[in-house]
Design a protein around this ligand. Sequence first.
Ligand code: UTP
Length: 617
Amino acid sequence: MSSVLSSAVLPEAYLANKHLFPPEERDLAERLIAENQRHLFENWGGPGEGDAKKQAFLKSLSAINRSYPGGLLGYIRNARELLAAAVTGSNPYEGYTPEQPEIADLTGFGEEYAQAEEAGRAAFAQTAVVLVAGGLGERLGYSGIKLDIPVEVTRGTSYLAHYAEFLRAASQTLARPIPLVIMTSQDTHAGTVASLAAHKNFGLEDGQITILRQELVPALDGVDARLALEAPCELILKPHGHGDIHMLLHTSGTAKKLAAEGIRHLLFIQDTNGQVFNAALAAIGVSELRGYDFNSIAVHRVPGEAVGGITTLVKPGAPRLTINVEYNQLDPLLRATVSPEGDVPNEKGFSRFPGNINLLVIRMDPYLRLLEASGGIIAEFVNPKFADDSRTTFKKPARLETMMQDLPKLFVSGEKVGVTIFDRAWCFSPCKNNLGEAAGKAARNSPPESASSAESDFYLAGRMKARFAGMQVTDAPVRLIQGIPFTPGPRILLQPSFALTLAEVKQKIRGGGISGAGTLILDGDIALDNVTIRDGASLVITAVRGAKVRVRDLEISGDPGYQLEELTSEEMASKSQPEYLRIRGYRIVDPGVKKIEILESGLWEVDKAGARKILPG
Ligand code: UTP
């Protein structure tokens, strides 16, 4: 390989050490030097001094060069361009007028919901689920991976197990293995792989799961896009953001492979949102029925709420853009254009610009086209904190970032973008904050988004389903646990093996009731007819595949059911308590609840007299 630069302009330290590196690494080093990155190869010891470190440094530069489309030089050039724009502080929305985006409102469970869910259930057979799980989870501060945290502690199902359960049940019902793509990062990769191995992929088939690992990107120490060093031969590396998923689906060939297997929609989900599959099928159905290329599952937001607002931006001569506008940019944009009062509430008290929660349904065909055209680099941005008004130096190194919801910024061919709004607790209740932060949010009337509020809403979704089916559901009074509101019951867990959709829940539950701190867990093909669970009691039925269970005229009371116990302050401070309990402030105790377990296939009946088989399997 011939040298890019003559030796006269190469740093002496590099020339003295270059024999340590293979030709392709030397080539990269010299191209970097030519690209204003000389400092990377200076202040080195002579040959024999820390050679392993120098070699590891070149290897890390090479790895980044390979993982980023356009290579490390591409990254530096992109950075230079974006930093130049950041210096001038140009307004990205210059000339645009905001309009309300096209909305499907599924906040109620009416006819439109039913139609969407039915269409989505069918289309789910040609959908792949993409789980972005590379985030650090700094706000939560959990020591393990977030996917391993239990979404509920009655049974102790982890987020990953919960997602896998839905996919397993859907794959069986739809007779097609639904692919799951998981994006991991340096922080989460080993933990995710270990969790999958320890649980035999949670029952998913070999080949059903694809793991894509995102890499860190180099930080930049000034507007000339010099790569920042912690010390000689040590880059400062930072996360590039969840938009990496688009790049990885492209560069790994996964998007193309899924398309070749007949996948028509991709559903993007987050690591700790146990509610997502309540709404996902209906959202996919909306994409089908309305022909959306990009559909954001979203929630109502009140004006000023710190959630990005999905907005259609219109400018003469430019393609219409429907994108997430950060809440602190939305209000000034509205004031400067169509609404001198800023973001004002509609008659129901909500902003006309729904809240983005980063749950996306993207149609495969336009997606593949965009990936091809962009190389998978989606709307990168840089957010430097300048040291002073001269806007030349940074307070701390900055890096390029990318967010998965920004994909529509590349839409220029009339792609159809829409928003589907659901009741917030139904579709989104993530576990993002530690107890202290969450209690502060609760005190300010914002969603706490803690492990406890996520669990409280997980049971709430069960109650919403049971109520919809006509069951009498009476809530227990809300309690404050560690300063966060928690509804202790009824705790209803309707597993995906019981029903995938609201319509199926309605077919399977008739009459009956549940109240207070009662618990109902149904796992398998089970139907309830006039079943009542009294405050504090529990009914748990599990049935193997192939068993069909009819439960009639049953009233459960008496024996103590699952009980919620708050952790004492000593327990909260004690490492001997599992961390997943200490991030919520309570445990749920099983005092020996009698469980009905149907272990053989066939038709079964359960009533006061017990369980009996009435037809063989
Ligand atoms: P969040 O911002 O909620 O999660 O990202 P986080 O980054 O893990 O949390 P904090 O901000 O440090 O507290 C939303 C989703 O995007 C994923 C997260 O795992 C989560 O599912 N994510 C985020 C990635 O996969 N990669 C990233 O670089 C960042």
